[in-house]
Design a protein around this ligand. Sequence first.
Ligand SMILES: [Zn+2]
Length: 456
Amino acid sequence: MNPTGIYHRLPYPLKVAAATIWGGYLNWWRYSKHTEAAVDEALEKDTWHRERIEAWQEEKLAKLLSIAAAEVPYYSNYWQSQRRIGNRSSIEVLKNWPVLRKEIVRENPQLFKTQSRKLFYREHTSGTTGSPLVLWQSRSTLQAWYSLFEARIRRWNDLNRSDRWGMLGGQLVTPFDRKDPPFWVWNQASRQLYLSAYHLSEDTASAYAEAMHKHRLVYLLGYPSALTALAEFALSKGISLPKLKCVISNAEPLFDYQRKIIAHAFQTRIVNTYGMSELVCAASECSSGSMHLWPEAGLVEILAEESDTAEPEGSSGRIIATGLLNQDMPLIRYDTGDLGALAHRDCPCGRQHPILGELVGRMDEMIITLDGRKIGRLDPVFKTDIPVREAQIIQEDLYSIKVLLVPGLGYDHDSLLQQRLRERVGDMKITIQQVREIPRGANGKFRAVISHVKEP
Ligand SMILES: [Zn+2]
């Protein structure tokens, strides 16, 4: 669902029209006349006691597990084979279900589709590790998800969908080699200024600030790596940033040093969020600084890194989530690939949703370009039909990057991949090396980006 291939080369007025039409199309998928009622419902659940929330989740879970066992090929096959080998354990108990690794979904997405469902929005994502993943989500699932976003990210922070906002992200809204503004596009349907994270540099930072002033943004959402870069440039060059209600961090872990720099530069509150395209769980930060899980999105377990045993409360481990929203593609005990801890302590804000802490997953490094820009995420280059199972981008020096790649069936896309990378990082030497697997780090995960370049 990445529109940039279509319009990033259009001239500016046409680009605004294209972005606005695209935004309107996305809005149709995401919102309906029932959105407001769903937002109210979510906000009302924020007042519920823990026992009531858990009972409500149990009921949703029971329905999901029975659909999965009966109608989802991967799970019905699993339970049939378990019965054949004499496993009589109950399908009604979540812990009796296997932990699901992302690779299984990546390799066999069709096996996870509920048989009786028809209309889907097909999301093709690189996930968080640079490996592509196909997901199916119906319009009602997406609407449920976006009503939670509206309630627990916007309303918690006194914002709503009609506020003008900025998004600093990884979509290529303008060609890489463009030297002059605009490096952004206004999407009137969503009242959103989409700002390219790729063009941010010491030289362009003041133009970004001006665009944000000019479009009278109320808040800004973005990758913390890009927000930090903008904040650093603004502080070092004395650039005046607009007065925003808050800055929302998404898609990457937010480190304390980043929060400090962003808060200092913008002189406003920073709100952290956690979520993923698979829609299996999500959390957002309350005014007391706790990351509360969204009970409607999913159930979270924390399991040990080396085995599938549960970690005691408060200890960190793998975040395993069972998505409650998407009954068209149930993902049960799904290993998110992230690390974190879970606590059930009381929060001064009064909400009793469990609190997610020590989020250390998704540790990507940055590519530093010759002209001094820092690029934190390059995974959108894989958000396409290129059949790649895994990829890792390694920056060896300022002039060259190497892509390690595990090709999928029919892979023959070296030059397309090089072109897409060059659009983002500039004229570097890009070598692509096919490998059988990407070497894993100490925790068994691999990093999407590794840089051997020390910052100047
Ligand atoms: Zn709280």
